[in-house]
Design a protein around this ligand. Structure first.
Ligand code: 5GP
Ligand code: ZN
Length: 112
C-alpha cells in the first residue's frame, strides 16, 4: 500500500521514534508546530476517524494511554493538545489515522 506512515512503521522511511509497542508507533513530526510535536499512530492502517469501528477502536484507547505516558515523560504538566484531522476541510494530508500531540507552548482556541 502506498501509505507514508505505513512505510515509516515498516522502517522503509526513517523517522525519529519516540515510542513503539505492538499496537502503536509514535515519532516526532518532521515539521514541528510546537517544542513537542509527536505523531501517535496505529500500526494497523486506518485511514481516519471515519474508518474507526467496533472491531478496530481498541487501538484508539491505547493511543490515549500512550499519550498520557508520553506527557509525563516529556514534562508537559502545564498542558498539551491532541488533534486529529479528518478529511480535506480539516487539512488531513496523510490518510493514515494519526494524533498530533503538541506541547511546550500555549495554544489559542478555537484552532484555525
Ligand atoms: P495532517 O496534516 O495529515 O494532519 O498531518 C500530517 C503530519 O505529518 C504533518 O504535521 C507533517 O509535518 C507530518 N509529516 C509528513 N511527512 C512526514 C515524514 O516523512 N516524517 C515525519 N516525521 N512527519 C511527516
Ligand atoms: Zn498506512
Amino acid at each position: 500500500m502506498d501509505c507514508l506512515f505505513c512505510k515509516i512503521i515498516a522502517g522503509e522511511i526513517p523517522s525519529s521514534k519516540v515510542y513503539e509497542d505492538d499496537m502503536v508507533y509514535a515519532f516526532n513530526d518532521i515539521d514541528p508546530q510546537a517544542p513537542v510535536h509527536i505523531l501517535i499512530i496505529p500500526k494497523e492502517h486506518i485511514a481516519s476517524v471515519n474508518e474507526v469501528n467496533e472491531s478496530n477502536s481498541a487501538v484508539v484507547a491505547h493511543i490515549f494511554e500512550v499519550a498520557a505516558k508520553l506527557a509525563k515523560e516529556k514534562g508537559l504538566e502545564d498542558g498539551y493538545r491532541i488533534v486529529t484531522n479528518i478529511g480535506d476541510d480539516a487539512g488531513q494530508t496523510v490518510k493514515h489515522l494519526h494524533f498530533h500531540m503538541m506541547g511546550g507552548r500555549s495554544f489559542g482556541w478555537p484552532a484555525g
